[in-house]
Design a protein around this ligand. Structure first.
Ligand code: MN
Length: 705
């Protein structure tokens, strides 16, 4: 049984005395809090947090992580509150403990495969500080090591959860050593018989192979040393679970899998990796199609190595991995390598900085290697998630973008739920629909028959599904809007004849409606708004002989129709020139389409001036709402990964990209064409300014037709 004093020497080897004392203090606090509680093994409960801290100390984690490890079950098991921990040990440690507790509280239960991945992502998303995950992994590691004494049902559940959730998380973070232990222990607990059989076979085979393994190893090492390479050659064995998975997925017998001899060659530099590869390939014949260069193209979690398969003596296949010591450390410890080998950083945000550093390292590797968009996607989800994960009341998990609200959630559940939602409960408490959701919350939507989407929802929905549904619904609610617009258009036309709808004699109006087969004035106005009747001609017809002397059109133009952006179906925005609030605009009354808003200087509008009776003077209303598409052209140096940077930068400004395409100008330069949604010219200017600060971007211009 480990004691705090035994841990002390490890702590002192890399922490300063004050930090060591903090960790000890946390231990004594936990000891007191858990006083009287026992583990199933009969040991005092505090041995568990102590062991968890021990695992993290071996990884050289900082003192706050160790303190959190000591205290990680205190909130959950002893009813001591987060604030009490905060008072004793500071807010950071309290946050860490709270984070670990929240993960512990999550009941993963048995999962479908699809849900398992969401759970992994959610666990990561919930941890604001990556150390929460590392403490949780250490906690789980110790629980797995001591799983033997639990009742089988519970042990199976924990084992399943470890295989489904925690092993993949360790893998995402590049922590292979931890992942393999999770897998082997999870496998042994879940399938004890199979594990025992494979283990026995493995021991047996090891005995038989020993001689040949050593012979090959020696031959490889000697050859390489003779050629002047500084190398370390080690024999490699697959772990239980990977053997099992291979047997299962490739339907191979144990002996077939064990027929492979595997070695790892550790060298001093990247350059040597390739030279050693050359030497090895001249020693034994390489198997075609088996060579993989994970140095040039690293795996998504940062794994780097050269892989090749050789045909050895007597036709025995030999698997070889070649990598530098650094790559080896990354392969084993992943994100934790940054604590283990660079443990000088004392900054307050050390952990976040390290996590970022890790991601940054991966990013750079990946950018050198290409296919960065896809890669950024996977890393982002891992550590700096743009997604949140929300439970339905029935326990289903939905993935939503960061900033999503209950309205987005409602539409994600079902369009009908979205259209009729009136309120929501977040974690059983009534909350405003506009409240941004957070990972791990359970959201329940309250609906009412006859309820309708509200235009204001546009202000706090982020998903395309919600927005297009709201828009779609509102489209069908635009009769009022179109009548109002038709009224404004007709009134304005009447003004041109020094009249107005109010001044028009009622009998004349009714005669006209009857003659034209309209039941209601609204029907006529609707037709006008839709562009099916021209306002000027209608005005003339209404006024009859009174309209003999139209006054100058310029007078009407002095009172342009104001566009608010909420006119809905009846007003659309030209795709040729993409007008946005702030631009001078003019409208064209198009058949069946209503008013199409163009920029005043749009070339297409110039062509339409021949039909000048269809032109409508417009201006933007002072309280214009909504987001408008706009096209940008970016001229940049042709570099890999830079498009991803642009996309990320725009996303980080909370701006939606509608379309993105590229057009290679020549070898050196490329054009990126973007369609974005912006609020107005000021907003656009700000975005363009930010884009110009990106490296390699030479020019950002708004597209004019
Ligand atoms: Mn625990």
């Amino acid at each position: 049984m480990q004691t705090i004093d035994a841990l002390n020497s490890t702590l002192r080897s890399y922490l300063d005395p004050e930090q060591t004392n903090h960790v000890r203090r946390a231990y004594y606090f936990a000891e007191q809090a858990h006083f009287g509680q026992l583990r199933r093994s009969g040991e005092p409960y505090v041995t568990h947090p102590l062991a968890v801290a021990g695992i993290l100390a071996d990884m050289h984690m900082d003192h706050q992580s160790l303190m959190a490890a000591m205290l990680h079950d205190v909130i959950e098991d002893t009813g001591i509150e987060k604030s009490a921990i905060g008072n004793q040990f500071g807010p950071t440690v309290a946050e860490l403990v709270d984070g670990v507790s929240k993960l512990t509280q999550m009941e993963f239960g048995s999962l479908e495969e699809k849900q398992a991945e969401n759970f992994q992502k959610m666990a990561l998303a919930m941890a604001q500080d990556i150390r929460v995950i590392l403490v949780k992994l250490a906690d789980r590691l110790h629980n797995m090591r001591t799983l033997g004494v639990l009742h089988t049902e519970k042990a199976r559940r924990i084992a399943r959860e470890t295989l489904d959730i925690y092993a993949p998380i360790a893998m995402r973070l590049g922590m292979n050593t931890v992942r393999m232990e999770f897998e082997d222990r999870g496998f042994s607990a879940l399938y004890p018989m199979r594990a025992r059989r494979i283990d026995a076979a493995l021991r047996n085979a090891r005995g038989h192979r020993k001689e040949l393994v050593e012979k090959i190893r020696h031959q490889v090492e000697t050859t390489l040393t003779q050629e002047g390479h500084q190398v370390e050659v080690v024999g490699r064995e697959k772990h239980l679970y990977s053997i099992y998975k291979k047997m299962k997925s490739k339907r191979k017998a144990f002996s077939e899998i064990m027929d492979i001899y595997a070695f790892r060659i550790i060298v001093d530099s990247v350059d040597t990796c390739y030279r050693v590869l050359g030497s090895i390939h001249s020693l034994y014949k390489p198997v075609p199609g088996e060579f993989k260069d994970y140095i040039a193209i690293p795996k998504a979690n940062g794994y780097q190595s050269l892989h090749t398969v050789l045909m050895g003596m007597h036709g025995v296949p030999i698997e070889i991995q070649i990598r530098t010591r650094e790559m080896e450390e990354m392969a084993n410890n992943g994100i934790a390598a940054h604590w283990l080998y660079k443990s000088d950083g004392q900054s307050a945000n050390g952990s976040h900085a390290r996590a970022r550093q890790w991601v940054q390292g991966l990013l750079e590797m990946q950018q050198r290697a290409g296919n960065s968009l896809e890669f950024i996607e996977s890393v982002k989800i891992d550590l700096f998630p743009d997604e949140i994960y929300i439970f339905t009341p029935k326990g289903r998990i939905l993935e939503l973008p960061r900033g999503a609200t209950a309205v987005d959630f409602a539409y994600a559940v079902h369009t009908d739920v979205g259209n009729s939602c009136v309120a929501c409960r977040i974690n059983r408490r009534l909350a405003p629909l506009s409240e941004p959701l957070q990972s791990g919350q359970t959201v329940e939507i309250l609906t009412a028959t006859g309820a309708r989407p509200n235009p204001s929802w546009f202000n706090y929905t982020v998903t395309a599904k919600a927005r297009s549904n709201i828009r779609h619904f509102l489209k069908h609610q635009t009769r009022d809007d179109s009548v109002a617009l038709g009224r404004r258009l007709l009134d304005k036309a009447l003004t041109g004849f020094d009249s107005s709808l109010d001044q028009l004699p009622q009998d004349k109006l009714q005669d006209f409606l009857a003659h034209q087969h309209y039941t209601l004035l609204d029907d006529l106005l609707d037709e006008i708004a839709r562009g099916n009747r021209l306002p000027a001609i209608t005005a003339q017809q209404l006024l009859g002989e009174m309209a003999a002397n139209p006054i100058e059109r310029g007078d009407g133009a002095a009172q342009p129709v104001a566009i608010r952006g909420t006119e809905g179906f009846m007003v659309s925005y030209a795709k040729c020139c993409h007008p946005i609030p702030g631009d001078p605009i003019e409208g064209y009354l198009s058949f069946e389409k209503g008013v199409v808003v163009h920029r005043e200087r749009c070339n297409n509008l110039g062509d339409m001036r021949e039909n000048s009776e269809r032109l409508v003077a417009l201006r933007w209303d002072d309280e214009v709402e909504g987001e408008y598409p706009v096209e940008l052209r970016i001229e940049m140096e042709n570099r890999r990964g830079v498009i991803a940077v642009i996309a990320t930068r725009i996303n980080s400004m909370g701006v939606n990209i509608e379309k993105i395409s590229t057009d290679d100008k020549d070898y050196q330069f490329t054009y990126v064409l973007l369609e974005l949604l912006v609020r107005n010219r000021v907003h656009l200017a700000r975005i363009m300014k930010r884009l110009r600060t990106i490296n390699y971007v030479r020019k950002v211009t708004r597209v004019k037709n």
